[in-house]
Structure formats: C-alpha cells, structure tokens
Design a protein around this ligand. Structure first.
Ligand code: IPM
Ligand code: MN
Length: 357
C-alpha cells in the first residue's frame, strides 16, 4: 500500500523524535511492502517564526489531503508570552478542530521492563496497569465561548465556558464502548455530575448509549474520585471516557503512574480514517537538539497510526514488539534510565528499534 503522511515535526525535541519514527516507518514499509510518502508542514512555534501564525492554512490543507498526520510536539519558552490565539498550543487545538478529531485515545500501560520506574508501591501495581483514556477533544472549555474584560469599576474578569451537546457526547461514548469490547469490556465514564450541568447531560447521554452495550461492564465515576482511584487502585480501570479538560488532566496523571511519560503515544480520531498521532509529552526545550530525547512515544504513535488509520495490525505489532525487545535488552534513554541499564541517545534508540523490525 502507498500512504501519504503529513509530518508536523514542531518545536523543541519534535524534529529529533519524529525523524526516528519515520526511520521506523520506512523499515516497516521495506519489510511489509508499503510505501510511506511524507510531506513536512509547519505548526506551532516554528510556524509562528516562519509565517506569523501557529497554524498556517496550507498545513490544514495538506493534512486534510493526507491519509494521516504524524506530529512531534509544539511550544517553548520563546513563544510563551504571546497572546492566547497566537501561541503554539493554539495551533494544536486548531488542527484538532479543523480535522474534526473528536476522540483522543491515550493508553497508559506499565511496561514490565520499566516497572521500577513506576512511582506507586508494588502492592498497588501488582494488579497490573493497562488502561486507555478516551478523551473528548474538540468540545468543552477548550473550545467554548470565552472572554477577558474589564468592567466599569476596573475589575478584570475572564471566563471560559464548558458546553457539550448531546451528539458530541454520544459519538465519544460510542468510541469508548467499542474500544472496551476489544479489550476487557469495562467502561468508566468520568464526570462531575454532582455539580456541573454539562456533566449531568454527559451522564444522561452515556447512559442511553450504554443500553446498546449490555455486554460491557459500566461505572459512573466523579472526576475527583477518579483522580484518587488512579493512584489508589489503577488496576480497576480498562477504558475511561471523559470530557476534554478532565481527560487532559487525568491522562497526565495516568502517564505519570506508568513512570514513563516518554513512552506514551496517542491517537486523535474523527469519523473517517484520517487521524493525528503524537506522543503525549511536550517539546522538552531543555534537552532539544542534544540527541537525548526518548523517541519511543513517537515511534509507538506511528504504530497506532498503522493500526487505526491504515488497518495494518501486523505492522503495528512489529513496532511494538521491537520496542519491547529493545527495552528487554536493557537499552534506555536518559528519562527511563536506571542502575545497570545501558544509556543510549535518541538516534541510537531509534536505530536499535529499526534493527529489531
Ligand atoms: C495535550 C496538551 C494540549 C492539550 C495543549 C498543549 C494544548 O496538554 O495534548 O494534552 O491541552 O490538549
Ligand atoms: Mn495535556
């Protein structure tokens, strides 16, 4: 198969990690008889520097015409003082909206070879830790009406609105139930229905959808309790579905308890097969350009692309197995380094994974 991939390398460590993921994809192509064509496009800080805006229209056009999008990371201190709409992050929100990617899939799994990096006690993780957060990605507070204003008394006020419509909740709930069926058949829907109207509608709609999935075990859980349960007993979770802001926060928490932020990929999906794949970590400007970054989350994001956008399960397995094999042999980038392991650079880690495919 021939697939056209739009590539957004982004800022900070973005270019280094994406380059390694492309080398891995090339090796998969060679081995399985596919051709991946790449088109580089700008987004984030580098786009601001080159064009004045974080998300040039050309980037949106190229992405829409591609079979999928691979993204490194955006942002950095250089652009932190720009107004909201001109920040690199606005580019990321913009591309998610423009491609209508409403479902963000964030797996958090404890890699057995990295168990010592997990900050939780062993008795807590003995039950395992393998969950997926299904985060609604283009609604809620990040996309709602907002403003900052000064009233006649000189009082400055800012607000953001968290609004959800029934159809937005319904489609993300379906993604979660379908995903649960392919896993351990359990869904926790996370909300704040004891306080928020948007959460009460969320719960009402998810309850309707769950009638279609009687085979899936189902729980409502309040977001504050959920944050606590994630560190108390993460083994109870299989698929978690939640709105944008809660999902943003809980997915950072979930990734931390795996002990390896640098290992976690994500997929953002819409109605069709076009998706955007990116590591969940940021652009790490402090180590950019030093060949120290961990490329594994981006490489695993490429594997998710093969699985979800291109229906290439064998190929995705090949990448995931290669990553596991390299970790089993004791190779580590700095972020996941521990005593007795072999420290490697970003390019070395990429090459080791390529070799195993
Ligand atoms: C993420 C990030 C983004 C988000 C930011 C950079 C806009 O934190 O992907 O989780 O909040 O969605
Ligand atoms: Mn986040």
């Amino acid at each position: 198969m021939v697939k056209n991939i739009a590539v957004i390398k982004g800022d900070g460590i973005g270019p280094e990690i994406v380059t390694q993921a492309q080398l891995v994809l090339d090796k998969v192509g060679e081995k399985f008889g596919h051709k991946f064509n790449y088109t580089d496009v700008l987004m984030g800080g580098c786009a601001i520097d080159a064009t004045g805006v974080p998300l040039p229209q050309e980037t949106v056009d190229v992405c829409l015409k591609s079979d999928s999008v691979l993204l490194g990371a955006v942002g950095g201190p250089k652009w932190d003082t720009l107004p909201g709409k001109l920040r690199p992050e606005a580019g990321l929100l913009g591309i998610r909206g423009a491609l209508k990617l409403f479902a963000n899939i964030r797996p958090a799994k404890l890699f057995p070879s990295l168990a010592s990096a997990c900050p939780l006690k062993e008795e807590i993780t003995n039950a395992g830790l393998d969950l997926v957060i299904v985060r609604e990605l283009i609604g809620g507070a990040y996309f709602g009406k907002r403003d900052t204003y000064v009233d006649e008394n000189g009082i400055k006020t800012a607000y953001d609105t968290m609004a959800y419509s029934d159809f937005e909740i319904e489609r993300i709930a379906r993604v979660a139930f379908e995903m649960a069926r392919k896993r351990r058949s359990k869904v926790h829907s996370v909300d704040k229905a004891n306080v928020l109207d948007s959460s009460r509608l969320w719960r009402e709609v998810v309850h309707k959808v769950k009638e279609e999935y009687p085979d899936v075990e189902y729980y409502d859980i309040l977001v504050d309790n959920c944050a606590m349960q994630l560190v108390r007993n993460p083994g109870q979770f299989d698929v978690m579905v939640t709105e944008n802001l809660f999902g943003d926060i809980l997915s950072d928490e979930a990734s931390m308890i795996t002990g390896s932020l640098g290992m976690i990929p994500s997929a953002s999906l819409g109605e069709g097969t076009l998706g955007l794949y990116e590591p969940i970590h940021g652009s790490a400007p402090d180590i950019a350009g030093q060949n120290k970054a961990n490329p594994i989350a981006t490489i695993l994001s490429a594997a998710m692309m093969l699985r979800y956008s291109f229906d290439m399960a064998k190929e995705a397995d090949a990448i995931e197995n290669a990553v596991n094999a390299v970790l089993d042999e004791g190779f580590r980038t700095g972020d996941i380094m521990s005593d007795g392991k072999k420290l490697v650079s970003c390019t070395e880690m990429g090459a080791l994974i390529v070799e195993k495919i």
